[in-house]
Ligand binder design. Structure first.
Ligand code: ADP
Length: 447
């Protein structure tokens, strides 16, 4: 087992990793930018190192600074959290070259899955069903049109280097293909420095359902069921639940086994999520994330497993601590992402939190790193916390969520809490009757 872990992240996920380390008896090192010296993860860690000025590329993405921090503190492993360097294969390799453990999968798997074209090719080879689309990238309008005519419109033009919902444009018909192609390219170039794009059939009413998997790099792999993340705005998740209201026990076991088998064949190591769109009883792979995800607590609540501690154990060379037949799914869990944003326009609302009160009680978990008097810096993601509730049934879970949301107080900045308070009272949400476009439609009607 590692002696000391450096957490190369900030906010709630830095705290989440820190908690897992403490429970495993591992010493912790926090890193922070000058904008984060008052952050909770810095206060709670055993040691902390300032790694640069506020812009992420000069601090949280600054590999030489992170290496120096490992050197100074004698950390023997790094947990990257999500975002920042978590899916940077080169970072994993550099750490290995310095004899420092990377708490994540093998660099080659990060690399394959980071290129969405390569990822789709690999998924197909491993027997995972994929969305019909171009075989690889498309480089010209003529080629795109040929593929478009073959798979039919509407089409989605997607960036090979995509992430965060960027570089994605719909072409409703042949006439709009040229415009979709050039704007997806331009957006991809600006966001990722790579304008490679590919085409997929645009699914009209799918749900986003993802499977949590775990492997130990020795050919053992399990799945921990699904999360339904269909409530999205601009392709970004805002609310996640498990089990999915759209699946039954057999469907979960079936797609879960397909994913676990694929991971056994790949000899995948660590936590991963295989994301699908689900429509009319069919699953279509869209991408795989080779890291812990924001919504992982939903799975923890229904399985009773600590996913972050399992990541750390596996990275230190241990085998999976649990077999598939021992995984049990209990009750229902829902997560709401609380962002410091206007609940209608979603404009970021950084500033000082004047008063903070988090809900509690049976089945309620809040993963957050803010406190009364904390100043939210404007430089980073607007996620300030996650409210996760668990209940025996979906109905109990919804009632509990409603009362927990009503207890939650964050004064001084705008948050998305009021949006969730109206969503839990909506009949479609209560019935689990929503797809990936539901929230956008709902918001369009309200404004
Ligand atoms: P990113 O890496 O940018 O998050 P994904 O490929 O994971 O991109 O897709 C993000 C979201 O975009 C999905 O959850 C879904 O809402 C939408 N999306 C992606 N592919 C398709 C498709 N073929 N048809 C319809 N919607 C899609």
């Amino acid at each position: 087992m590692f002696d000391k872990v450096l957490i190369a992240n900030r906010g709630e996920i830095a705290l989440r990793v820190l908690r897992a380390c403490k429970e495993l008896g591992i010493a912790t090192v926090a890193v922070h930018s000058t904008a984060d010296s008052e952050a909770m993860h810095v206060k709670l860690a055993d040691e902390s190192v300032c790694i640069g000025p506020p812009p992420a590329r000069e601090s949280y993405l600054n590999i030489p600074s992170l290496l120096a921090a490992c050197e100074i503190t004698g950390a023997d492993a790094v947990h990257p959290g999500y975002g920042f360097l978590s899916e940077n294969a080169r970072f994993a390799e550099i750490l290995a070259e310095h004899g420092i453990g990377f708490i994540g999968p093998k660099a080659e798997h990060i690399r394959i899955m980071g290129d969405k074209i390569e990822a789709k090719r690999t998924a197909k080879r491993l027997g995972i069903p994929v969305v019909p689309g171009s075989e690889g990238g498309v480089s010209s309008y003529e080629e795109a049109m040929r593929v478009g005519r073959e798979i039919g419109f509407p089409l989605l033009v997607k960036a090979a280097a995509g992430g965060g919902g960027r570089g994605m444009k719909v072409a409703r018909d042949e006439a709009s293909l040229s415009e979709a192609l050039s704007s997806a390219r331009a957006e991809a170039k600006a966001a990722f420095g790579d304008d490679a794009v590919y085409l997929e059939r645009y699914l009209e009413k799918p749900r986003h359902i993802e499977i949590q998997i775990f492997g130990d790099g020795k050919g053992n792999a399990i799945h921990l069921g699904e999360r339904d993340c269909s409530l999205q705005r601009r392709h970004q998740k805002v609310f996640e639940e498990s089990p999915s209201p759209a699946l039954n026990f057999e469907m979960r076991a079936q797609i879960g086994e397909v994913c676990a088998n694929a991971m056994r064949e790949l000899q995948y190591s660590g936590a991963g999520t295989i994301e699908f769109l689900y429509e009319n009883g069919e699953f279509f792979f869209i991408e795989m994330n080779t890291r812990i995800q924001v919504e992982h607590p939903v799975t923890e609540m229904i399985t009773g497993l600590d996913l972050v501690s399992e990541q750390i154990r596996i990275a230190s060379g241990a085998s999976l601590s649990i077999k598939q037949e021992d995984v049990q799914f209990n009750g229902h869990a829902i997560e709401c992402r609380v962002n410091a944003e206007d609940p209608l326009t979603f404009a970021p609302s950084p500033g000082t939190i004047k008063y903070y009160f988090a809900p509690g009680g049976l089945g309620v978990r809040v993963d957050s790193a803010v406190y009364g008097g904390y100043r939210i810096p404007p430089h980073y993601d607007s996620l300030i916390g996650k409210l996760i509730v668990h209940g025996k049934t979906r109905n109990e879970c919804m009632m509990r969520l409603k009362r927990a949301l009503d207890e939650f107080v964050v004064d001084g900045v705008k948050t998305t809490l009021p949006l969730f308070r109206t969503l839990v009272r909506n009949a479609d949400i209560q019935n689990g009757d929503y797809d990936i476009h539901w929230l956008e439609r709902y918001l369009a009607e309200k404004t």
